[in-house]
Write a protein that binds this ligand. Structure first.
Ligand SMILES: Nc1nc2c(c(=O)[nH]1)N[C@@H](CN(C=O)c1ccc(C(=O)N[C@@H](CCC(=O)O)C(=O)O)cc1)CN2
Ligand code: MG
Length: 285
């Protein structure tokens, strides 16, 4: 029997509806949440994502600034812009689209963003608070993964979750958030020798490895929930996840598609973080 599809688009629209209502209330108090997005260079995928973020801001009534800088922008020039945005009262959230050109140190840029405006949740202070369980702005994709699992009605407490991939922006934080939901978490990575065996033990399998269609049905326990964080552009221009959707959906439980799964949730969680930052910046929480 084919698995049920977890629609990130549907969940995203539901959450954006409530964000839009909250923004209207804030605007009535003369508070307009402001997001600044900085894009350096001409990476095609990044341009799509930044356009999606800008559109979401406009759709939800946020103030939005997009700074598109040439690829040859120096690290110092970028840091100067971040410093200006840190001090700009109309801006509650700042993000610098990754990846950056190789001559720019991503860590230096992330560290330069004010912790309170770090709506990506990448700043070491926000990451540290995530690790110790204190309040923090959560990284958008991991937060979106957890929201999708919860809204699919999946109970995580006591379940075995297997995360494949250990990146700083997805694998590591999503493992921590799964632990916060009392799941038992196994993290697999490029040096894991028995990945398929471990993956088949998962009640919930989260895949974020950046390899198109890598995970087939041999990695999936029948009925397991499968969350595909992959975002791979194929030579034919189509988008593919890390999961071989057509084969896996025949054995899995609820599964996210690509596109239309985790991706839209990343943007929505960014809007949610910006709203939170605006409320905090204006002393409303
Ligand atoms: N500063 C950041 N950089 C990057 C992040 C991030 O969270 N912060 N994450 C990824 C890219 N990403 C957000 O920027 C992102 C990826 C995909 C989507 C999305 O909506 N995908 C759609 C398909 C879009 C398309 O047609 O290509 C989907 O999956 O349905 C949104 C955001 C790396 N960089
Ligand atoms: Mg404001």
């Amino acid at each position: 029997m084919t698995a049920s599809i977890i629609s990130g688009k549907k969940v995203s629209d539901e959450i954006r509806g409530s964000i839009s209502d909250e923004v209207k209330e804030l605007v009535s108090k003369n508070v307009v949440p402001g997001l600044a997005v900085v894009l350096v260079g001409e990476d095609a995928a990044s341009q799509v994502y930044v356009r999606n973020k800008e559109k979401a801001c406009h759709d939800l009534g946020f103030y939005s600034e997009v700074h598109r800088l040439p690829a040859e922008t120096s690290e110092q020039q970028l840091l100067a812009l971040v410093d200006t945005l840190n001090q700009q009262d109309t801006i509650d959230g700042i993000l610098v689209q990754l990846p950056l050109p190789s001559h720019i140190n991503e860590k230096s840029v992330i560290n330069a963003i004010s912790v309170h405006k770090d709506v990506d949740g990448f700043h070491p202070v926000n990451v540290g608070n995530l690790v110790i369980g204190d309040d923090s702005l959560l990284p958008c994709t991991p937060a979106g993964v957890i929201e999708l699992i919860k809204r699919a009605g999946v109970e995580l407490s006591g379940k075995h979750a297997v995360v494949i991939g250990r990146s700083n922006i997805v694998g590591k934080p999503v493992s921590l958030l799964l632990q916060r939901e009392n799941a038992t978490v196994t993290m697999c990575h490029s040096r894991t020798s028995n990945m398929a065996e471990l993956a088949r033990q998962a009640d919930v399998l989260v895949v974020a490895i950046g390899r198109a269609n890598f995970i087939d049905s041999s990695y999936v326990k029948p009925g397991a929930v499968v969350i595909d964080v992959g975002m791979n552009r194929l030579e034919n221009g189509k988008l593919a996840g890390d999961v071989d959707f057509e084969s896996v959906k025949e054995v899995s439980g609820p599964i996210t598609p690509v596109p239309g799964g985790v991706g839209p949730m990343t943007i929505t969680m960014l809007m949610k973080n910006t709203l939170t930052a605006a409320k905090r910046n204006h002393g409303l929480v």
